[in-house]
Write a protein that binds this ligand. Sequence first.
Ligand SMILES: *[C@@H]1O[C@H](CO)[C@@H](O)[C@H](O)[C@H]1NC(C)=O
Ligand SMILES: *[C@@H]1O[C@H](CO)[C@@H](O)[C@H](O)[C@H]1NC(C)=O
Ligand SMILES: *[C@@H]1O[C@H](CO)[C@@H](O)[C@H](O)[C@H]1NC(C)=O
Ligand SMILES: *[C@@H]1O[C@H](CO)[C@@H](O)[C@H](O)[C@H]1NC(C)=O
Ligand SMILES: *[C@@H]1O[C@H](CO)[C@@H](O)[C@H](O)[C@H]1NC(C)=O
Ligand SMILES: [Cu+2]
Length: 566
Amino acid sequence: MCLTFVFLLLSLGGLALAGTVTYDWSIDWVTAAPDGFSRQVIGINGAWPCPPIEATVGDTVVINVYNNLGSESTGIHFHGLSQTGTQVMDGPSGVTQCPIPPGSHFTYSFQIDSPGSYWYHSHNKGQYPDGLRGPIVVHDPADPYAGQYDEEFVLTTSDWYHDTVPVLLQQLLSPSNTIFLPPFPDALLLNDSQNVTFQFTAGKTYKIDIISMAALASTFIQFDSHTMRVIGVDGTYIQQHDAYQIRVAPAQRYTVLLNAQPTTRRNYAFLASLDENRDYLNDANPVYPFNVTGYLVYDDTKPLPGPYIVNQWSIVNDFTFVALDDQALLGTPDVEITLNFAFCLDSGGIPRACFNNISYVPQKVPSLFTALSTGPSNSNPTIYGQISPFIAPGGSIVQLTINNLDAAIHPFHLHGHQFQVCERPSSNSGSFNGHTRNFPAVPMRRDTVAVNPRSYAVVRFVADNPGVWLFHCHIEWHVVMGLTATLIEAPESLRGLTIPSDHQAACQAQDIPTSGNAAGNMGNLTDLSGANTVAVYPDYGATYSSPQKKRGVARVRRGGEVFAWR
Ligand SMILES: *[C@@H]1O[C@H](CO)[C@@H](O)[C@H](O)[C@H]1NC(C)=O
Ligand SMILES: *[C@@H]1O[C@H](CO)[C@@H](O)[C@H](O)[C@H]1NC(C)=O
Ligand SMILES: *[C@@H]1O[C@H](CO)[C@@H](O)[C@H](O)[C@H]1NC(C)=O
Ligand SMILES: *[C@@H]1O[C@H](CO)[C@@H](O)[C@H](O)[C@H]1NC(C)=O
Ligand SMILES: *[C@@H]1O[C@H](CO)[C@@H](O)[C@H](O)[C@H]1NC(C)=O
Ligand SMILES: [Cu+2]
């Protein structure tokens, strides 16, 4: 009988029925020492590294979160997943939800519609570099590369800090930080450790999901004597492309196949090297402060090779990849958005980052809730306040240009889409001049594109996913500095959608309004009096202060001591 039951389960599994994958997560402070330095990190269910999410295309993923941090609020974003029809589950605080206060429960529930490697991370006030991030692997019953590999591994990479985010923010957001320096990491981690070993069997082929969970720096990777065959970037399959070296920017993913050697004659090393250069191709004195050597072990009884040395990094250019599904370049855009990025100062002299001279300031009402509650006015960008809002009507073709006026590379990410990368020229190419002659017939698609210094990128996508989606640099310090714009996509389809009760409760617990314009005004929606126009300073990140305490502060401020605590 027992055997029959097992057989039944197996045959159901064989039919690839879409299932539900449920996780119950308590978000906890945990002590960890991934590089030998012991510190408090944010983990899950009393453990760190955080567990992977694993699902199959078509599955519904349910994550019941409990915030057990006591001292901080939290929230989780599922990077790269489209959240089609579940825009309220995307996760960024102040956009699709309120921060989850300590001591409360919150449920994320969404269906997964595309395969590949993704990751989840806190999208709440710069919190993820404190540890709250992990891999997502979505298996594909219709994998076009099925049969071409034997086993699959995850390999995460990230920079790592010894100080906690609230401490790092005080250095970053200081008037004395006149050259906009980000906090520099203290270590490089592979798989949240510095000791990564793949067991390889001669003759087999391995699929490796390389996922960057970094806050600032990119990682270079090269395997000794094993050429990577890149088959996917972010959530998109590409035509197989050989690569000896890759540079994985924060939030990017590379899926590669490695052919094992035919014999077990010896073991091999691979090198991961942290890139702290502003423009790695052109910097006179390149800086690679941290290296980690990992191993491909064919035979445990044979010695491991020494540290692997790479003399020069000349990486594969992901712009030359071709999407496997041959999706043609999208036609003439209906909506064109140009974002000029440069660092800037706010009215208090605090270093910020700007698109078109505007730094993103979180509003009183989460932006999606403004879109849900304001009827036909939700197509008017004015009502969203200082979040650099852009409206894209449903079905429109959107072209987004990022002109990077800064002297460093920045990885730009759009929520809710894998966009076509139409052009991404080399450093010092200036700003986009409007010519489309260099756009490829079949562009590669991804959700995070590294834009070169004093250069630009042009991306296109169809506005087929109603929601409020952030577009931002994925250097977390630059998010904190305001380097975010907001796409209000198909607002006509958002009117009147409901907010789940646990989302409502998280806002109510903190006296945060859930309807009206950015300022919470309901009568005259273009009246933005009371909306936030300058970011909170000093900024203690996700450190939680109860509404009572905040009300106390407000009374003091109204009493005329506004500057006493500055
Ligand atoms: C590295 O990992 C192996 C097992 O995979 C373990 O035997 C070894 O002690 C570890 N080394 C360090 C320095 O942690
Ligand atoms: C890396 O960590 C993931 C879990 O996050 C695990 O599945 C995988 O096997 C690890 N890879 C190696 C090479 O240890
Ligand atoms: C790390 O490796 C790179 C390239 O192999 C090398 O240039 C650099 O000096 C190394 N850094 C350290 C701190 O060893
Ligand atoms: C931004 O401000 C600078 C200097 O204040 C000005 O030169 C530039 O034209 C402005 N750019 C935009 C896009 O408004
Ligand atoms: C709504 O507020 C805006 C901005 O304060 C103002 O210009 C406008 O006259 C107001 N409209 C009405 C009908 O009061
Ligand atoms: Cu940046």
